[in-house]
Write a new protein. Structure first.
Ligand SMILES: O=C(O)CCC(=O)C(=O)O
Ligand SMILES: [Fe+2]
Length: 522
């Protein structure tokens, strides 16, 4: 699996580099061969023309006679030998051998990358046609996609039974097709997918029109002929049902039309489903109320810690209850490089714990790659862990190892709790270190677009800043989980997002975090 971390995608560029080099060598050899053939062709035809002007006198010249014989013996043999197909065989052989030695993406990677693109489109409300032109939020990141590219994206969606995106991308493919001089796909191919997906999206009349258009292009298209019959049946059935419905309505005099979404009064934003809040926060459409924001402060702090007297922490409050803070400039570039360097070769698809079985498994709601680093591995790791203790005033003796995470494009982690809930099977139980009392999340890269850490129920969005750490307690002082800390990592729109986290556990903090005087105190 390559698409889940941007770090691993770098190897694909190397693969492509080797393939391009190999293709260039092959083309060069083929061009040399053609040039030699062209030279022969022009020499031979010139001579042949000369002979044709006066055959008798041409052949009566002994040199010409010799030349003709030579052409038909040596030269044509030479031409035959130039036409050597071993170069093609060699090229084919090389390409297939590269599969054994270079990194290639799989069909799952292709599908994963396409799904990631759809996720970005949905979360950030990106316009299909702008994306197809290589524009992301108005910034030109890549060259435009061809009709064939758009078709392929539609096909991937189709294979995932995602007809909504199939329609979007096939419609875009059709538009690109009309503008293309060198066609990269046939109109019939596009129409076939577009018509069926349009039907699946509930628009049978348009599906029928598209199928009719397809049949004018390919009159004996078997599937189209079959679908057409099916669509016509569907239309007449609907008409019948509608008629029945109208008759019934007339007699009862009731209008049972349900309200449409737009007619429903949208209540307070807090009543929005979590998913909607999460996506709005990712897009930066929702913020904390100005009154709450006005109470947030930045300050230099030392927590009476001798080290911090010398190196004060730059603390920025992101939320007061529960308290979420950012510590700026707490990781040096060299430390970040060490962490990335050690983690990179060990990155594996990040897993989540199944709350019923306790098993670790991959899930579509967490797409990234991670690795774990121990303090003994490098003095930089030990220093960073020491810094967590200095920053938080807590102990790391019972903490988990440092987790390093890299997100690929579209990589995300949907809303979740970092702590284990009651009754949930979890791996911490056997450790005897208690629950995850707090989270320290280090941002190890800037992310140009997307990739914020958001707390939907608090309306807080933290934007990655290289070298900054976020800190919050997951548990109340009485040890109960603080449900307000539910948070998520928004999909990465552009850039590579690197974070690392240190999860601190309850045991050992007994004398470091005071108990509350009231129940469920922050
Ligand atoms: O990457 C982020 O912004 C958050 C990651 C996170 O919440 C986690 O790994 O538990
Ligand atoms: Fe988390």
């Amino acid at each position: 699996e390559l698409y889940t971390a941007l770090a691993d995608m770098e190897e694909l560029l190397e693969t492509e580099g080797v393939l391009i080099q190999s293709l260039s060598t092959f083309i060069k050899a083929q061009e040399d061969m053609l040039n030699r053939l062209k030279r022969y062709q022009s020499d031979l035809s010139r001579e042949h023309e000369r002979a044709g002007q006066d055959v008798q006198s041409y052949l009566s010249n002994p040199i010409n006679a010799y030349t003709l014989v030579k052409h038909l013996t040596t030269d044509w043999k030479d031409i035959e030998s130039i036409l050597d197909d071993s170069k093609i065989k060699e090229f084919q052989y090389n390409i297939s051998n590269y599969h054994a030695v270079l990194k290639f993406p799989t069909d799952e990677d292709l599908n994963g990358a396409a799904v990631a693109l759809m996720r970005l489109q949905d979360t950030y409300k990106l316009d299909t046609s702008a994306v197809a032109r290589g524009l992301i939020n108005g910034v030109q990141y890549s060259t435009a996609l061809t009709a064939g590219d758009c078709f392929e994206l539609g096909r991937q969606s189709y294979n995932n039974k995602d007809f909504y995106h199939t329609v979007q991308w096939m419609t875009e493919a059709l538009q690109r097709y009309d503008e293309e001089n060198n066609k990269t796909i046939t109109k019939a191919d596009i129409l076939e997918y577009l018509a069926f997906s349009t039907y699946m999206e509930g628009n049978v009349h348009t599906a029928l029109e598209m199928t009719d258009e397809l049949l004018t292009l390919v009159p004996n298209h078997n599937r189209a002929i079959g679908n057409r019959v099916y669509y016509l049946q569907d239309i007449s059935q609907r008409a019948l049902q509608k008629k029945k419905g109208e008759d019934g309505e007339a007699s009862s005099g009731l209008n049972s039309q349900p309200l449409t979404v737009s007619e429903k009064k949208l209540g307070d934003i807090e009543e929005l489903p979590e998913r909607e809040l999460y996506e709005r926060l990712c897009r930066g459409e929702v913020t904390m109320s100005p009154a709450k924001q006005a109470r947030l402060k930045c300050r230099y702090i030392h927590k009476d810690n001798p080290f911090l007297f010398l190196a004060r922490l730059r603390e920025e409050e992101a939320c007061l209850s529960p308290r979420i803070v950012l510590y700026h400039n707490v990781l040096a570039d060299a430390e970040i490089e060490t962490i990335k360097h050690l983690a990179q070769p060990r990155l594996k698809r990040a897993t989540v714990q199944n709350y019923k079985t306790g098993e670790l498994e991959v899930a579509s709601y967490r797409i990234s790659k991670s690795a774990w680093l121990r303090e003994e591995e490098h003095h930089h790791i030990a220093t960073v862990v020491q810094r967590v203790e200095d920053m938080t005033g807590l102990t790391c003796t019972t903490a988990e190892e440092l987790q390093v995470v890299n997100y690929g494009i579209g990589g995300h982690y949907e809303p979740h709790f970092d702590f284990a809930r009651r009754g949930e099977k979890n791996a911490f139980k056997s450790l005897g270190t208690g629950n995850r009392i707090a989270t320290t999340l280090f941002y190890m890269s800037d992310v140009p677009q997307g990739g914020a850490t958001v707390f939907p129920h608090l309306r807080v969005a933290l934007y990655p800043q290289k070298g900054t750490a976020a800190f919050w307690f997951n548990l109340h002082r009485n040890g109960e989980g603080d449900y307000r800390t539910r948070h998520a990592a928004c999909p990465v729109l552009t850039g590579s997002k690197w974070v690392s986290n240190k999860w601190l556990h309850e045991r050992g903090q007994e004398l470091l975090r005071k108990c509350g005087l009231t129940e469920n105190e922050d």
